[in-house]
Ligand binder design. Structure first.
Ligand SMILES: Nc1ncnc2c1ncn2[C@@H]1O[C@H](COP(=O)(O)OP(=O)(O)OP(=O)(O)O)[C@@H](O)[C@H]1O
Ligand SMILES: [Mg+2]
Length: 630
């Protein structure tokens, strides 16, 4: 079973169109708040029921086409062929929609081969009309369909590409990349199951946070590095209606991680330092106002870098722009981060205050929850070392272990360690020099930007630069998840071993995980504050002799060398050390315990939170059993 969802029911916007022979809509019905249910009638045929809260409409899914290209945007179309009707779904939580389509596809294919009933058979059966929601997808359904598919002789394909050989009219399902796990019925050379279930399930504590979010409460959830906060945020995004959900983060790097935008971009009030009236006026500009009025769920990752005054300003702007007296104007806040990691950037002398010190924080936050289970690292002793560093408790043993790591040999297959630097200029200098030292002329890869005049905005949102220079031997890092199962994930380290033929031949990279792959162009799409979609097409690579600690925020890194001598912020040493997946992949130069500092205000906040949360935790338990009993 899939976590917390039966896959047979959707809440979304539905448009039902009756088409004429030329495919134009002659009649259109829009249902803003529809429920769409997958079920079976008295003859066990699969029925799509669209309910507008008054009268349900049933569509028999015998012959239909699915258009699923925009599932990640919460949209799809079911085209009923004989009736020439199309049902357009929109503003649907993407994860729910993709599970629904998977259920539909599997259940439909499992029925392949059953003889269609004639009108006479129906009459003779004399069964009372009935409708029953379809049972949730189980592993056995998947197995059955994979068997059917692997047995399917090549000529019997219902694959779009060889239309002439398409099997009897049956389901002519149009497949798009979005359906990659419903790949068209082809002989499957790799013999791996064609259909698969989502492998990376939420653990219990992550599921509890998701439940609290879906109950509509304002939730702050925290946890040390690698406990899956960002991972969970992406699942939360997949469970909320896309049109009214805005995913943001305090920095461009973190925003990239969750496929969102920066909080500043969402808010459109600049630095927020202007007087309130002015900020409200800024928020009412076209393009920005639409964010504030359509937003019902505001997600913020890496909250530790948002400063208190900015948070308070946002809260006041929200109430004023949305003409609501509720905290944050009634927007549901879903906020996460680790206050013992990077603090807000201080301007000038005085120390910037943390978000939890904001006037409105306690008024806004209804539930504080914590993820305890660390997922990035697996070695318990390394996890304990990191926990000690996180709270600034540097024992002799911690010091000895980190100093010993200076001799770790972490290079392998020509892949050198990435140096995590505290200052950006060191990074640029190191990468440039190292590239220059390699023989041969560099190959240049220029990005294709949707709007070259907005290169600054695009730069601040994408993890790759407009221009990338590479040579054979260049140390590189992947900046996008290409294939999680094969270890080609954001942060994966590698070295360029060759280029494909031709002046713009793509680079072939050998990765630390053992895979050697030609890296192809990828595309990043994001919404800028004016609400316009911007995009960049570029290689998902960046030079990786060095990277800044700020740019490594949120990342999981294979092999890092850290020099902590110039660490200047509380939490910075912890962020750097906690990027490494294991101690063997880490080399710490010139360690001395002075560089490890935890902010005393933050330690106090977590201490109070723990004391309170014991109550909150109890109420969390109450909350969970209320849920079970409801
Ligand atoms: N339930 C899960 N199933 C499988 N993998 C998971 C799960 N939760 C987290 N992970 C993996 O653990 C690693 C750390 O997760 P993530 O980056 O979300 O942690 P984080 O709390 O955001 O860390 P940081 O504080 O450094 O940003 C990632 O590789 C992520 O894919
Ligand atoms: Mg994170």
């Amino acid at each position: 079973m899939f976590e917390g969802d039966d896959g047979a029911q959707l809440q979304c916007c539905v448009t039902v169109e009756q088409l004429n022979a030329a495919g134009q809509a002659t009649r259109r019905q829009v249902i803003r708040k529809a429920s769409v249910i997958l079920g079976r009638n008295e003859f066990q045929e699969i029925i799509l029921r669209v309910h507008d809260g008054k009268v349900p409409q049933n569509y028999n899914l015998k012959e239909f086409r699915l258009f699923t290209k925009f599932v990640r945007d919460g949209k799809c179309t079911v085209k009923l062929l004989p009736e020439n009707v199309q049902v357009l779904v929109s503003n649907c939580p993407p994860d729910k929609l993709s599970l629904f389509l998977k259920t539909l596809s599997v259940k439909h294919q499992a029925r392949q081969g059953t003889k269609p009933l004639s009108a006479r058979d129906r009459l003779k059966a004399g069964l009372p009309r009935s409708f029953e929601a379809i049972s949730p997808l189980q592993h056995k359904d998947i197995q059955k369909v994979n068997e059917l598919r692997s047995k399917a002789a090549p000529s019997g394909l219902t694959d779009q590409t060889n239309k002439t050989k398409a099997a009897k009219p049956g389901q002519q399902v149009k497949r798009s990349r979005a359906d990659c796990n419903f790949s068209p019925v082809k002989q499957n050379p790799s013999k791996k199951p064609i259909l698969s279930l989502p492998s990376r399930k939420l653990n219990k504590e992550q599921a509890a946070v998701l439940s609290a979010v879906l109950s509509g409460k304002n939730v702050f959830f925290t946890g040390s590095a690698g406990t899956g906060k960002s991972f969970l945020l992406k699942r939360i995004m997949g469970s909320l209606p896309p049109k009214s959900t805005f995913a943001t983060a305090s920095t461009g790097v973190a925003a990239c991680h969750i496929g969102g935008t920066t909080l500043h971009n969402f808010a459109g009030i600049g630095s927020g330092s202007a007087p309130l009236e002015q900020c409200i006026a800024l928020a009412q500009r076209p393009g920005v106002l639409q964010h504030w009025t359509s937003c019902r769920h505001l997600i913020i990752d890496e909250i530790s870098m948002v400063e208190a005054q900015f948070f308070d300003k946002l809260e006041s702007v929200a109430r004023s722009v949305r003409r609501s007296t509720q905290p944050f104007g009634g927007i549901q806040l879903i906020v996460c981060g680790d206050f013992l990691q990077l603090p807000p950037v201080s301007k000038g002398k005085e120390k910037a205050s943390f978000c939890f010190q904001a006037r409105s924080w306690r008024k806004v936050m209804q539930l504080n929850m914590e993820l305890i289970e660390v997922r990035r690292q697996t070695d318990q002793s390394f996890i304990s070392l990191l926990q000690a560093v996180r709270v600034g408790r540097v024992t002799e043993e911690v010091t000895a272990t980190l100093m010993k790591s200076a001799y770790h040999q972490i290079e392998r297959d020509g892949i050198l360690a990435t140096r995590l630097c505290t200052h950006k200029d060191d990074v640029e200098l190191t990468n440039e020099n190292k590239l220059q030292q390699l023989t041969g002329a560099p190959r240049e890869f220029e990005a294709l930007d949707s709007d070259p005049s907005l290169v600054k905005t695009i730069d601040s949102h994408s993890p790759v630069s407009r221009l990338i220079q590479l040579k054979v031997g260049a140390q590189v890092m992947l900046t996008k998840n290409l294939d999680v199962a094969r270890g080609l994930v954001n942060g994966a380290r590698g070295v360029v071993v060759s280029f494909e033929p031709g002046t713009h031949g793509l680079p072939r990279v050998r990765f630390m995980c053992g895979v050697t792959e030609v890296v192809k162009l990828e595309r990043w799409v994001f919404k800028s504050s004016g609400g316009i979609h911007l995009s960049r097409q570029q290689l998902p690579l960046k030079l990786a002799w060095a990277i800044s600690i700020h740019k490594s925020q949120g990342m999981t890194l294979d092999c890092v060398e850290i020099s902590l001598a110039r660490v200047f912020e509380c939490g910075q040493a912890y962020v750097a050390l906690s990027r490494a997946r294991n101690l063997e992949g880490l080399r710490v130069m010139d360690f001395n315990q002075r560089v490890v500092r935890a902010d005393p205000d933050v330690l106090l906040f977590y201490k109070k939170l723990r004391k309170e949360r014991l109550l909150m935790q109890a109420s969390m338990d109450d909350f969970m059993c209320d849920k079970e009993n409801s």
